[in-house]
Design a binder for this molecule. Structure first.
Ligand SMILES: Cc1cc2nc3c(=O)[nH]c(=O)nc-3n(C[C@H](O)[C@H](O)[C@H](O)COP(=O)(O)OP(=O)(O)OC[C@H]3O[C@@H](n4cnc5c(N)ncnc54)[C@H](O)[C@@H]3O)c2cc1C
Length: 484
């Protein structure tokens, strides 16, 4: 790379413009990781294309120079997916923010993938529509990143993941050719390329444009908070609500530590003594909601809720959601760093998982704040730490690994929405057999025979040191935590 660097930079500038190629070490260091900050790798170059054609031209050029390229949106990923583990080009699509059309009759939007998730809903709102997947990062994260990670959010429980709301994607393949997966309708004929691409973590090519399915705003919405003495009691109540046949739009829970951090940060008048705060949102017609409201209230009361409050109006509803959406940010008041996990367990094991995560925290002396997409068994324990305390960092990483082991043992899996990236590579063999991993590798090599598109992610490849399942890019030197 060093040998051809000047020539490559000049060719890249011809494609995307002078200002959109970054090569200064200070500029490059901004792109050393995503929101998973354990693994770091500074790209050789950062390129910000402005169109699908420019993405294709950059990919073709990188292939000619035989260097890797890694897609990046807003860099809010929590598994190191956008980190350039083999160097090369970080290809950042965040300039591509056009909303090309909103079709109110078809309830679709065509967008460039660098647009943020929240901007799509804002554009759809004037037609009484919204884009249903709502990751808590929606103000910053891009549609391209959401597609690559198959992002979810609080309303995934009722409305599904990103895959349920993407009809088609324009893709620049690893060889620089452009194609389309899916179309303008939900019908799938032939091999489901779109299904394969969504959630492939940027390893099969670049999404550049997407046709999204929009959703009618529900005629009525009711949101409540309930307090419980313990998170286990809240977890039991969540399982019982679903077992009763009610599918709320969202069921989210935070524990006492998180609740107090939120209250310190945003002063919502939350009950600081409660062990857990559960948010339940119902939506649909007035009639269905009034029936579901009674069922939910009875189950929650019988399950030991110490207080239940339904939001009176939109303002109170917004306050309730603020408590949830401010959770991770507020934890910064307790410790400067947090390692957010993303394990999934069967919903019926929620109370048990919560108990055992608490035990792991005690065993490793790690403070764990818990935020749960409780309705779909997707847990986000946030392990708090100080990065200058290497001994603490090591305990945090070990405890994190134990919690993922626990999720798998309970019949769950490694990730609900944040992806495998580089962070969970070594755990892939826990949930997939060698044959299954080999089949996935075959798909990868069909799309990307040279392994240049986001290499070193998602699939462990026990070929060389960097691919051995260890984590050679750790920011910290921790004995016994990997390395070559
Ligand atoms: C505070 C916080 C809250 C979060 N809450 C949620 C949540 O509720 N639900 C959830 O699902 N996630 C959540 N996340 C994780 C993250 O926001 C999502 O994974 C999001 O989808 C990443 O989008 P991004 O644009 O930041 O992508 P990046 O982080 O830039 O990239 C993520 C992955 O997508 C690939 N990629 C990016 N753009 C493209 C493209 N155009 N084509 C192909 N591949 C591409 C990258 O190579 C990488 O593998 C949260 C993160 C934070 C920091």
């Amino acid at each position: 790379m060093a040998q051809n660097r000047a020539g490559l930079i000049s060719e890249l500038k011809t494609i995307v413009g002078q200002r959109h190629v970054l090569s200064d070490p200070v500029d490059l260091s901004v792109y050393e990781c995503d929101a998973e900050t354990f693994d770091v790798a500074i790209p050789d170059l950062v390129v910000l294309p402005g169109s699908s054609q420019e993405v294709a031209a950059v990919v073709k050029l990188a292939n000619r120079h035989q260097i890797p390229f890694t897609p990046r949106g807003a860099g809010t990923g929590l598994s190191g997916g956008a980190t350039t583990v083999r160097g090369g080009i970080s290809l950042v699509l965040s300039r591509m923010t056009k909303i090309l059309s909103v079709d109110a009759d078809e309830q679709t939007a065509v967008v460039e993938v660098g647009v943020t998730n929240a901007a799509v809903s804002q554009a759809a709102a004037k037609f009484g529509l919204h884009y249903a997947p709502d990751p808590s990062s929606q103000a910053a994260s891009t549609i391209g990143g959401n597609i690559a990670e198959n992002a979810g959010g609080p309303h995934t429980l009722k409305y599904g993941l990103t895959i349920d709301h993407v009809l088609g994607v324009r893709v620049v393949l690893a060889n620089g050719e452009t194609t389309t997966f899916g179309g303008n309708t939900t019908a799938t004929t032939g091999i489901d390329w779109l299904g394969l691409f969504v959630g492939s973590e940027g390893t099969l090519g670049f999404a550049t444009e997407a046709t999204l399915r929009l959703t009618m705003a529900p005629p009525a919405v009711k949101t409540m908070i309930a307090y419980f003495d313990t998170v286990e009691a809240g977890g039991e109540a969540v399982s019982k609500v679903v077992a009763a046949g009610v599918v709320p739009a969202a069921m989210e829970m935070i524990d006492r530590l998180t609740l107090n951090a939120v209250e310190d940060a945003v002063h919502l008048g939350l009950n600081r003594e409660a062990g857990a705060l559960l948010i339940i949102e119902l939506d649909g017609s007035e009639i269905s909601i009034s029936f579901e409201k009674d069922v939910v209230e009875r189950i929650i009361s019988d399950g030991g809720a110490t207080a239940i409050r339904w939001a009176k109006d939109a303002e109170e509803r917004a306050k309730i959601w603020k408590a949830r959406k401010a959770s991770f940010g507020s934890l910064g008041r307790i410790a400067p760093h947090g390692y957010v996990l993303d394990g999934v367990i069967p919903r019926s094991r929620l109370a048990q998982a919560i108990r055992q995560i608490g035990d792991i925290g005690k065993q490793y002396g790690v403070q764990i704040a818990n935020v749960y997409h409780a309705g779909d068994g997707n847990l986000h324990p946030c392990l708090l730490y100080h990065q200058d305390n290497l001994e603490e960092v090591k305990r945090v990483m070990e405890a994190g690994r134990k919690i993922l082991d626990l999720c798998v043992q309970l019949g769950g899996t490694l990730s609900g929405e944040h992806g495998i990236g580089i962070e969970k590579l070594e755990a892939m063999s826990q949930v997939f057999t060698e044959e299954e991993l080999a089949a996935m590798a075959m798909v990868k090599s069909t799309f990307d025979p040279e392994y240049r598109c986001n290499p070193g992610k998602l699939l462990p490849m026990p070929k060389s040191c960097g691919e051995s399942g260890l984590r050679p890019l750790l920011r910290y030197t921790l004995s016994g935590s990997g390395g070559c």
